[in-house]
Design a protein around this ligand. Sequence first.
Ligand code: HEM
Length: 131
Amino acid sequence: ENAALLNAIIQNAIDGIITISDRGIIELINPSACKLFDYTPEEVIGKNISVLMPPPDRTNHDNYISRYQQTRVPHIIGIGREVTGLRKDGTKFPFRLGVSEVQYSGRKIFTGFIHDLSRQKEAEEQLKDYA
Ligand code: HEM
C-alpha cells in the first residue's frame, strides 16, 4: 500500500526529514534527522523548529515563516540554503536545507530536507591547508 511505502521511504531516508505546521511546530522527524540533532522524536515533536538552530535564526525563524505567508516571497523554499543546526548538546553543524510547501488534508505544512555537510566542510578545511 502507498502510505506504508511512503513511511518506509521516510523512515529509511539517508537525509533528515522534518515536517512543521504553518506555525513552525515540529510534527514529524525521521531517524536520520534525530541522529543528526541527537534528539528522540518525543523530545522535539510539538516544539518549535527554532530549538534546532542557534541565534540569530532561532530568534527570527517565526518571522521568516510569517513573512513568507504574507508576502509569498521565498528565501529558501524552492531554492535551498546552507544553514547551521544546533544539536542537543549545544554543538553546531552545517547542512544544506531544502524546504517545500505541502498542502495536506486541507491544511498547509512545510517539509524540510536536511543534508549534513559536516564531513564535506571538514575536508574543505583540510584542503585549505595545502593551498
Ligand atoms: C525560512 C533558517 C529549519 C521552514 C528560513 C530562513 C532561514 C532559515 C535563514 C530564511 C531567512 C531569510 O533570508 O529571509 C533555518 C535554520 C534551520 C531551519 C538555521 C535549522 C534547523 C527549517 C525546517 C523547516 C523550515 C526544518 C521546515 C520543516 C522554513 C520556512 C521558511 C524558512 C517555511 C520561510 C519560507 C522561505 O523563506 O522560503 N529558515 N531554518 N526551516 N524556513 Fe527555516
